[in-house]
Every structure is written in structure tokens, then in C-alpha cells.
Design a protein around this ligand. Structure first.
Ligand SMILES: Cc1cc2nc3c(=O)[nH]c(=O)nc-3n(C[C@H](O)[C@H](O)[C@H](O)COP(=O)(O)O)c2cc1C
Length: 213
């Protein structure tokens, strides 16, 4: 396929200069859950969900992710106190709840109850509630934090994954394509479009490409 690059005419975009900004898009609008303490089974004190767009994977082995949180957030206090949180991936069906958890604070409203979310503990980090409505949760323990200015950057080890049965195959593979994940770009929420390719498809043999697309 890459042999055809020379024949393909891609559009080019003359640029205009802007002041520095944070326009990286699309990003996953995730729900960060945390709590003060676990009281019993699925009961937590101070359980909260906050929307975050500024998160990303920064290392594979060991698995580490980044999360940037403003110190004025309720979630910041919870993470600072416990050093633990979960990143719950969001689906298209959850778009309004994701927005709500990004414009209201857990200091003023029980967002989990208001959104009708169900929480449960995970096996890897039971002290942190995860959302049953989310197809995948990454359980995280803070290894390091740094105040950058408006936000504090948390670097956290991913200590476990909880994945919905519905997106797991019998042989233990995870198919995130089935999850209906939500995307966020410059102030708007989107659903993902059709599959265009797979990792390495530009150099894959034609037969493999045909099989997998
Ligand atoms: C799409 C979206 C993305 C957001 N991303 C972040 C983020 O990455 N970091 C952050 O501190 N706040 C972010 N916010 C704002 C917080 O979610 C918001 O201030 C929230 O009310 C804080 O909740 P809390 O006080 O319960 O923690 C985002 C909001 C939205 C709607």
C-alpha cells in the first residue's frame, strides 16, 4: 500500500500563527473516580467522578499514565490524600453525564448518584470505586506529581484493568472497537467513525489487509 503514496495527492494547508495553546485533539474524555475511603463492599465515603481530557499513556513497561488536574478540583484533594484513582473510559451513551461531571463539583453535588452511575470495587485496587457503566477502567497509583502552573501533573502506575465482559472474547482478547468510545475535540464531543486501518496496515501484505479490513 505504501507503494501508492507517490501517486496520492494529499491536500496541503498553509498556516496562520497563533499564540501558544493546548489544542491537541481528539482526546479521550475520561471519568476519573476517587474516594476518601471504602466503607464496605460498594459503599465509599466521598466517592466522586470528574471529567478529564488531559490524560495519556506515557510508558508501556511498566504501564504508566499521566493525568493533569487543577488543584482547586475536589478530585485533586482526593488523589492527593489517597494517592489512588481510576480512569474510566466513556461511551457515546454517557456523553451528557461526562459533560455534567466536567461542569459540577463533587463538593456541591453527589455526581455519581445524580448520573445514576453504579460503583463497585476492583480486584486490583478495591479502595477506588469504578463505574459499572464504563467499559474499561484503569486502576492507578500515583508514583510522582509535579505542579506545572494551572495544573498538577500526576504520573501514575497502572496497577490493574477492569474490562467489560461484553468487549472480551473467549480467548481473552479485548476489542475496544465494540465499546462505542467517546471522543472530545476543542469543546465538542464526538463518536468515532468507521475503521480506516489497523496497526501496521500501510505495510501489511494485501492478503492480510483484505482479511482484517
Ligand atoms: C471535556 C472536559 C474535560 C476536562 N478536563 C479536565 C482536565 O483534564 N483536568 C482538570 O483539572 N479539569 C478538567 N475538566 C474540568 C473538571 O472536570 C471540572 O472542573 C469538574 O467540575 C471538577 O470536578 P470535581 O471538583 O468534582 O473534581 C474538564 C471538563 C470537561 C467538560
Amino acid at each position: 500500500m505504501f507503494e501508492q503514496f507517490a501517486e496520492q495527492v494529499l491536500p496541503v494547508y498553509p498556516k496562520r500563527s497563533f499564540a501558544p495553546g493546548t489544542l491537541l485533539a481528539p482526546v479521550p474524555p475520561v471519568l476519573v473516580t476517587a474516594a476518601r475511603e471504602r466503607l464496605s463492599d460498594s459503599l465509599y465515603n466521598g466517592a466522586n467522578a470528574m471529567t478529564a481530557g488531559w490524560t495519556g499513556i506515557v510508558n508501556t513497561k511498566p504501564p504508566v499514565l499521566s493525568l493533569a488536574v487543577r488543584p482547586e478540583r475536589f478530585t485533586y484533594d482526593l488523589i492527593n490524600e489517597t494517592g489512588e484513582f481510576a480512569i474510566n473510559l466513556a461511551t457515546v451513551e454517557m456523553a451528557a453525564q461526562v459533560d455534567f461531571c466536567g461542569v459540577r463539583s463533587g463538593r456541591d453535588v453527589d455526581k455519581i448518584a445524580k448520573c445514576g452511575f453504579h460503583v463497585e470495587p476492583s480486584s486490583s485496587l478495591p479502595s477506588v470505586p469504578i463505574l459499572l457503566e464504563s467499559p474499561l477502567a484503569l486502576l492507578c497509583k500515583v508514583r510522582k506529581s509535579e505542579h506545572l502552573g494551572s495544573h498538577t501533573l500526576f504520573l501514575a502506575d497502572i496497577v490493574g484493568l477492569e474490562v467489560a465482559e461484553a468487549i472480551c472474547s473467549n480467548d481473552g482478547k479485548i476489542d475496544l472497537g465494540k465499546a462505542g468510545l467517546l471522543a472530545y475535540a476543542h469543546g465538542h464531543y464526538y463518536e468515532l467513525g468507521p475503521v480506516l486501518g489497523f496497526f501496521g496496515y500501510s505495510v501489511a501484505k494485501a492478503k492480510i489487509r483484505k482479511q482484517r479490513l
